[in-house]
Design a protein around this ligand. Structure first.
Ligand code: ADP
Length: 229
């Protein structure tokens, strides 16, 4: 199977050209295949968020190459990056990042709005996604009327709205109690098994990482180990 992600010697520095120039990622190379469920683990300060920003094209590397679903991201223009991001990556954050003024269903439709999908099609797809995450009864609720676990299920439904090549989840159970976190992890396993989604889980929890097929450990901006089960 071919790679959905290929990072080649990615380096990231801050304060470039200044006396306090600081290299955070020291040359990261990773290949991830379609349909893999991978976790990226490491202690606080190891560089996980910095790496997530690179994989999620939220930031550009100082040097190195990045291919995402066959696209050379490193040479894409700035105005192309947000389109690539919206089409190829579904983001899930610890703090859900739902829009407070929109209902659960409308939140799910946001990525489809950016992709200029018709209203009829948006409604059809968001209804299906609500069903998938078992939230049909809460379709008209605002985020403030949902529990943490329910908000995260809506965020996961939103993340797959445009059928992206990968899901990038940054500490998705970090704000949830263990029982609710379990339901969220079960949903990732379901998407992986039933829809063959490529999932990248960023976590500081070795226990959660153990549930995935492959564990990449980062320490001090380098890959310490990369183990497939
Ligand atoms: P993690 O997510 O594993 O906790 P981070 O990627 O947030 O680690 O941070 C890695 C290192 O990069 C830390 O030493 C942090 O202080 C530094 N760092 C992160 N962002 C910036 C920034 N914008 N400017 C300078 N240093 C940064």
């Amino acid at each position: 199977m071919s790679n959905v992600i290929k990072l080649e010697d990615i380096k990231k520095s801050y304060y470039i050209g200044q006396p306090n120039e600081l290299e955070i990622l020291h040359g990261i190379s990773i290949e991830i295949k379609y349909g893999e469920f991978v976790s990226i683990v490491g202690q606080s300060g190891a560089g996980k968020s910095t790496l997530m920003n690179e994989i999620g094209i939220l930031d550009r590397p100082t040097s190195g190459k990045y291919f995402l679903d066959g696209i050379d991201v490193s040479s894409a223009k700035d105005n192309e990056l947000s389109f690539i991001r919206n089409q190829k990556i579904g983001f899930i954050f610890q703090t859900y990042n739902l829009i407070p003024q929109l209902t659960a269903q409308k939140n799910i439709e946001v990525p489809m709005l950016y992709a200029r999908i018709s209203r009829k099609e948006r409604e059809k797809r968001s209804r299906k996604l609500l069903e998938l995450v078992d939230m049909t009864e809460r379709a008209k609720h605002l985020p403030s009327e949902l529990s943490g676990g329910q908000k995260q299920r809506i965020a996961i439904a939103r993340s797959i709205a445009n059928n992206p090549a990968i899901l990038l989840a940054d500490e998705p159970t970090g704000a949830l109690d263990s029982k609710t976190g379990r339901l969220v992890m079960d949903l990732f396993h379901k998407l992986h098994k039933e829809q063959n989604k490529t999932i990248i889980l960023i976590t500081h929890s070795p226990e959660l990482a153990q549930e995935t097929q492959r564990i990449i450990t980062i320490s001090d901006g380098r890959i310490l180990s990369d183990e497939r089960k």
